[in-house]
Write a protein that binds this ligand. Sequence first.
Ligand SMILES: NC(=O)c1ccc[n+]([C@@H]2O[C@H](COP(=O)([O-])OP(=O)(O)OC[C@H]3O[C@@H](n4cnc5c(N)ncnc54)[C@H](OP(=O)(O)O)[C@@H]3O)[C@@H](O)[C@H]2O)c1
Length: 190
Amino acid sequence: MAGPDSRVTIHMVASLDGFIARRDGRVDWLETSDEFAGGETLDQRSIAAFLKTIDCYVMGSRTYETALRFESQGFGWSYGDKPTFVLTTRNLPRNRDTVEFHAGDLAQFVNGRLRPAYRSIWFVGGGAVSAECLRLGLADEVRYSILPVLIGNGIPFFQKLDRDIALHLAEVKAYKSGMVALRYDVRRKP
Ligand SMILES: NC(=O)c1ccc[n+]([C@@H]2O[C@H](COP(=O)([O-])OP(=O)(O)OC[C@H]3O[C@@H](n4cnc5c(N)ncnc54)[C@H](OP(=O)(O)O)[C@@H]3O)[C@@H](O)[C@H]2O)c1
């Protein structure tokens, strides 16, 4: 898994108006009922094969708390048996052995600890952690899956970015569900 070819990806699902959750954290709007005739179908086997290519996950504490809530409501744990690093300064409950908490310098953590050990490193939210990852110049790729819904208000995909981040559009896929998946490379300054 280890190697200099490691890649840091930020991935989230958002409404067309750029929100990843309602202000109170609810994500009920993720269930949409659109149908786009020309779209691709996502089947369970290809999703499972794709998830195997991810080596570890990183998330903010509020995203972790949402994941814990989902699990307690019977919706399962989305991160399988992959190492899952939760950024927090608090003492949170640890729901499984694959979960590890981290506080402190994020750049040092990603470049010194994660990149040498994992090839495909996925930041899976939320908006605060995604922006921090970009501000620190740690991300190689942004995957933005847009759902066919406007929710008007909420937690934005990237919170408090302090500069422009130039991107290169690498891939666009449209799905039968009406979701559009955009993949961008983060352009490095020459
Ligand atoms: N639509 C989607 O795809 C998607 C994906 C993910 C999340 N979400 C939603 O987004 C919401 C959460 O997003 P958010 O932006 O509010 O919060 P977040 O990014 O999940 O978590 C932010 C928290 O992480 C901790 N943290 C951040 N950087 C840290 C660092 N370098 N070291 C230590 N701790 C650090 C801090 O918490 P402490 O106080 O614990 O230190 C900070 O308050 C939830 O409602 C979730 O459901 C949606």
